[in-house]
Each structure stands twice: as C-alpha cells, then as structure tokens.
Design a protein around this ligand. Structure first.
Ligand SMILES: NC(=O)c1ccc[n+]([C@@H]2O[C@H](COP(=O)([O-])OP(=O)(O)OC[C@H]3O[C@@H](n4cnc5c(N)ncnc54)[C@H](OP(=O)(O)O)[C@@H]3O)[C@@H](O)[C@H]2O)c1
Length: 334
C-alpha cells in the first residue's frame, strides 16, 4: 500500500510516500481502506519531537511508529476473528491509538473499540473530526461543564476550539469565543453566544466573569486571564504554555487543592467515537474543513498545519476516487 512514511524526526521534508506492507488485523481489530485522514498539530509535534520529553513516549532517537495520522474515515476491508460489530464494506470512522501506525496510508488496522459506523449522511471528509473533538471533550469533562455555566474559549478557530464551541453549546453552556476578525462569523455559526475579536478588543476586559476560561490554542496565559474568572473559576489549557508555565501552575493547583489551573489529559478513546457520532447525527456537531490535500501532497499539508493558521481540520483525501477529493481547497462550511 502507499503510505506517508516517517523514519526520523525533522521537518516535513523527511516524509516520504512509499510502498509499505498492508497491515493484517489482529483478532480485535478492523482493517480499514482509508478514504480520508487528517494532518493535525499532534502529528506536527510528533514529527519534530516537540516538546523534547515526548521522545520518551514516541521514541528516543527516531519515531517508534512510521505512519502517523489519528483520524480516519473509510470502508472496512477485513475484520479480525474476534471482531463482532463490523463486516467488510461497512462505512466507518474513528481514531487510531497513538502508539500504533496511523491513517496517513491506504490502509490502517485499528481496534474495534475505536471505530463507529459513519454518521448518517456524512461524507468521509466530514467525519475525520475526532482528534480535535477528543481533546475538546477531555477539557469539558475535566471541568464538568454543565448547562448554565459560562465559558470563554480563547483560540476558538482551531481544531480543538471549533470542536469545543460546539460541544460546550450542546451542553447548554453560555459560550464566548475569542478569535481573530476573519473567524467571527464562523464561531457565531457554530453557536457561540458572543464572539470577541482579539485583534481589535482586549478580551480580558469584557465587563463579565466566567466559570471557565479555556486557552484552546496555547497563545494566552492564566496570568492574563485570571481577572476573567469568577471566584472558584478554573483556567484550562490544551498546551503546556510558555516555559511550561501551565504545567507548573497545574501541579501547584493540584498540590494546594485549588484546581485553579488544569491541563486535562485525554483519557481512553472507548465510547468517544459513538458519542461524537450521536452529536453529529443530532446536528450539534459538524466538521469545519479548511484545506484538502491528496496523500501525494501530504508534505504541503504538514507545512500548512505547522503555520498554526488552519481553521478546523486539514483533510488528506487518500482514496483518489473519493467524490470529495479536491486538492488545497478551502471549504469552511464542511
Ligand atoms: N492537550 C493535547 O494533548 C493536545 C493535543 C493536540 C494539540 N494540542 C495543542 O492545542 C493547541 C491547539 O491545537 P489545534 O489543533 O486546535 O490548533 P490549530 O488548529 O493549529 O489552531 C489554529 C488556529 O489558531 C488561531 N490562532 C493563531 N494564533 C492565535 C492567537 N494568538 N490567538 C488566538 N487564536 C490564534 C488561528 O487563527 P488566527 O491566526 O486567525 O487567529 C487558527 O485558526 C496547540 O497548541 C496544540 O499544540 C494539545
């Protein structure tokens, strides 16, 4: 099979499109012919082994796995002997565990528990949304967001941010989204009650306070945001922050029991894909697709994602015959 193969850490130039062995599904696995995959910030961090300590998880000298890519959507090609839920030909989507080979390839084999049937009516490129939603959901679960809470989401235009606005809204929370001018209409269309332009307005002086402030893009800090928090309010980060300050603050918050700063760790994938499918079918969650690239052009996709300017997701159309295949097309409506 064709695959984007990565055998050493470095810039996107180390990625090569090569022939790789087609995986064989283990007893509890499903072999999927991939139609759509993504390139996201997690892939870019793994490619460059940043932050450095991630080498202890991904491989000290070189990546332990050679094919990246967390999201997939496609058709079941074969199933393992102990697999009960799927059969060849089923249209499915889901998320690859980060320790085994990923979906930037023509085929991927994944545990049955990380796969769900495609949301009714969705195209393959509209279903490769799990990674951002998974991290967004981890944050919302950690802070226990409920109906009536007020949440401010800083950096609401990325993969995590666009997912978080939608999931927070579907929980019944009042959502304030902070983005640049070009994304104001987008976040309103996703359900934000208030959209704030960080390029023209000081978002820390909104004249109101929040139960939760989330930095969804790693570009602000607890010290900048603390006056936005109600007494007992929580600052949550998806990133370690400059000089790892969020990590230090989260550890201190945990030691003192204040829980003022948290960096939610994503849990297990089990059950999450089915949860997202139900949200999509209820019309409460949709993909925000920025650009689409063919697998052969994946190096360009990595370069673009590394700019930190993408909106929602960047799709890799792996199956050349896919009806939604369009190279470097922008389609924010999904
Ligand atoms: N916790 C985890 O395990 C985990 C996993 C994956 C990613 N992450 C981290 O989470 C963060 C977000 O990931 P992502 O995939 O959602 O990012 P992303 O999609 O790359 O975010 C890009 C968006 O951020 C906006 N942005 C750029 N600079 C900004 C600024 N100064 N203020 C506000 N918005 C800004 C950009 O629009 P504009 O430039 O127009 O504002 C763009 O729409 C990253 O820092 C990533 O490292 C954490």
């Amino acid at each position: 099979m064709k695959a984007a193969v990565i055998t050493r850490y470095g810039s996107p130039d180390v990625i090569k499109i090569l022939d790789a062995p087609k995986p064989t599904p283990a007893a509890d696995e499903v072999l999927i012919r991939v139609h759509a995959a993504t390139v996201n910030r997690t892939d870019c961090g793994e490619l460059r082994a940043r932050p450095f300590f991630m080498r202890f998880f991904h491989g000290l000298r070189r990546p332990k796995r050679t094919i990246f890519g967390l999201d997939f959507a496609g058709e079941v090609e074969a199933v393992g002997a102990g697999t009960l839920s799927f059969k060849p030909g089923d249209r499915v989507f889901g998320m690859c565990p980060s320790r085994s080979n990923g979906a930037q390839a023509e085929y991927v084999s994944v545990p049955e528990r990380t796969v769900a049937a495609m949301p009714a009516g969705a195209r393959f490129d509209e279903a490769v949304v799990c990674e951002g939603a998974f991290y967004a959901n981890a944050v919302l679960k950690k802070i226990d967001l409920k109906a009536g809470h007020k949440i401010l989401i800083y950096g609401a235009s990325g993969a995590i941010g666009t997912a978080m606005v939608q999931l927070a809204k579907s929980s019944g929370a009042a959502v304030t989204a902070v983005v640049s001018t070009r994304h104001l209409e987008l976040v309103k269309s996703l359900g934000a009650d208030r959209a704030v332009d960080y390029t023209t307005e000081d978002f820390t002086r909104l004249g109101e306070t929040f139960d939760f402030v989330v930095d969804a893009v790693g570009k602000t800090s607890f010290f900048r945001c603390r006056k936005l928090l109600k007494p007992g309010g929580i600052f949550a980060a998806t990133d370690l922050g400059s000089w790892g300050q969020n990590l230090v603050l989260a550890m201190w918050s945990s030691i003192t029991g204040s829980n003022r700063v948290v960096i939610p760790a994503p849990g297990r994938i089990n059950g999450f894909i089915g949860f997202l499918k139900s949200r999509m079918e209820a019309g409460q969650f949709r993909a925000i697709i920025d650009r689409k690239y063919a697998l052969a052009a994946i190096v360009d996709a990595y370069r673009y994602v590394e700019t930190g300017q993408k909106v929602g997701i960047v799709v890799i159309n792996v199956a050349a015959t896919d009806e939604s295949a369009n190279v470097a097309q922008t389609s924010q409506g999904g």
